[in-house]
Design a protein around this ligand. Structure first.
Ligand SMILES: Cc1ncc(COP(=O)(O)O)c(C=O)c1O
Length: 360
């Protein structure tokens, strides 16, 4: 087997090694079936147990009451940009959005595309999306307020979610399961699985039961939350492998790490190591404002694009993968999701220090 590297990819991203090993271990014969998990029926008792376990683990980790459904919906987080307004925007009432960067923008675009009354009530465009807006007024009549809990590209994150009188809808793709939070003000939470909890292609969707009543009857079957809620995500053939891996990652999070409080401590420690180093370096410049800094995605610049390319190339050679910034903004970015350990961050910082000595 080739050597595994430290993985700083933004998504698809690092998964816990014990999870990958278990997948390999049981791949050819899943639980005595003589078949792999991607060859058995999605209606078999083995897969049913996997799906229900994934739902229960999500509920336990997030301390969700019985008033929430946990759904697995194909199409990734991008499909949720459309499903949210289709299902939850009430007739004649505005849908409020906070525009905090590229991903929020995609959510806004989709809601407008299907003709909803979208109000962008705050934006951080004035300072190049380097912070999370805190000044805004939500119409008490709004269908919901949509926020992006962590902007993967700009590396900004809400530290405290806004307190409003309408249901919150959160795109938590890039910080899902990285910290505990109170889910009760959220009418809906969605997260593309491929950052903190599994492979790409599906979203975990958590919907509060009162929101289900809003779903219009005349939507296509596969675009209605009711279809997924009524059939426990088994109306059609779900993304079986994705759900299976999510369950293993959540098991790792619960049993090996000790849950969300524990992973939050680890994530804060990792981010602090990297930010503290960058701040004192005078060589690496973080692009997000301090109060809004993400502890999942850490973008930074060097003095020239040439030097950035050299940095990424040499880091890759040194076994530090995925440090190139998003193509829309350039620069460098270290994504340090749950499965990227403290050792990886320490090795990165030590590489950064050496590179600075050589080039600074
Ligand atoms: C915050 C956020 N939202 C949405 C998406 C889109 O996810 P998907 O590719 O699963 O559609 C991403 C992907 O990187 C993201 O980071």
């Amino acid at each position: 087997m080739g050597k595994r590297v430290h993985n700083f990819n933004a998504g698809p991203a690092a998964l816990p090694l014990p999870v990958l090993e278990q997948i390999r271990e049981e791949f050819l014969d899943f639980q005595g079936t003589g078949m792999s998990v991607i060859e058995i029926s999605h209606r078999s008792k083995q897969f049913d147990a996997v799906l229900n376990e994934a739902v229960q683990r999500t509920k336990r980790l997030l301390k969700l009451g019985d008033d929430f459904h946990v759904l697995f919906i194909q199409g990734g987080a991008s499909l949720q940009f459309a499903m949210v307004p289709m299902n939850l925007a009430l007739d004649g009432k505005p849908a409020d959005y906070i525009h905090s960067g590229n991903w929020a923008n995609n959510a806004i675009k989709e809601a407008k595309l299907i003709g909803k009354n979208v109000r962008v009530i705050a934006t951080s465009e004035d300072r190049n999306f380097s912070y999370m807006p805190t000044e805004f007024q939500v119409d008490k009549d709004a269908s919901y307020l949509h926020i992006t809990s962590n902007e993967t590209i700009r590396g900004t994150q809400w530290t405290q979610f806004p307190k409003v009188h309408v249901p919150l809808v959160g795109d938590m793709s890039s910080d899902f399961m990285s910290r505990p939070f109170d889910a009760r003000p959220f009418g809906l939470i969605y997260a593309g699985a491929q950052k903190n909890v599994g492979p790409s292609g599906s979203a975990v969707v958590i919907i509060r039961k009162d929101m289900i009543e809003r779903v219009p009857a005349n939507l296509p079957t596969m675009l209605k939350y009711t279809t997924f809620a009524e059939k426990n995500s088994l109306y059609n053939t779900p993304a079986c492998f994705v759900i299976y891996v999510i369950n293993l990652v959540l098991k790792w999070l619960e049993e090996k790490i000790g849950g969300l409080e524990a992973i939050e401590r680890i994530n804060c420690e990792k981010a602090k190591i990297l930010y503290d180093f960058m701040d004192q370096s005078g060589f690496y410049r973080g692009t997000a404002e301090k109060e809004s800094r993400s502890f999942m995605n850490i973008p930074f610049r060097l003095s020239s694009e040439e030097l950035e390319s050299k940095f990424v190339a040499e880091a890759t050679k040194a076994g530090l993968a995925g440090l190139k910034g998003h193509r829309s903004v350039g620069g460098c970015r270290a994504s340090i999701y749950n499965a990227t350990g403290i050792d990886a961050v320490k090795d990165l910082v030590s590489f950064m220090a050496d590179f600075q000595k050589k080039e600074g």
